[in-house]
Design a protein around this ligand. Structure first.
Ligand code: SF4
Length: 123
């Protein structure tokens, strides 16, 4: 799986009630077509389930992570725990700066990890 696939899974897994597919592509910063491909991969790998959902009369899907052994790594961006874990706010996921900051941190830590891995392999 690519980094974006893994990011998508982490975002879905962090929300017990799941994430709407119509919101996921905005959170990931990809277009809806790419998001559909990511969701298909996650469905094929049996990592998420997809439940039909109507929002304002428009059909979309709620994506819920399949339960398996807990992977604490999914909740971490570097050393930073996803803010949703202890959040008591009324959630508007697409307007949440705390989550956005965490996603940036996730991208930075993934890039740092890739860089250090490539440095090791190049000697
Ligand atoms: S408001 Fe933000 S931090 Fe809280 S649950 Fe929603 S997305 Fe997570």
């Amino acid at each position: 799986m690519s980094g974006t696939d893994e990011d998508a899974f982490r975002i879905i897994a962090a929300s017990p009630e799941g994430v709407l597919q119509s919101e996921l592509w905005k959170i990931l910063g990809v277009d809806s077509r790419k998001c559909s491909r990511i969701v298909k991969k996650l469905l094929d790998l049996n990592r998420v389930e997809r439940i039909e959902h109507r929002q304002d009369g428009i059909k979309t899907f709620r994506l819920i992570a399949m339960k398996g052994p807990a992977d604490p790594y999914c909740l971490l961006a570097g050393d930073e725990l996803i803010p949703c874990v202890a959040c008591e706010e009324d959630c508007t996921i697409e307007a949440c700066n705390d989550l956005l900051d965490w996603i940036y941190q996730l991208a930075i830590s993934d890039a740092e990890e890739s860089y250090s891995t490539s440095e090791k392999t190049e000697g």
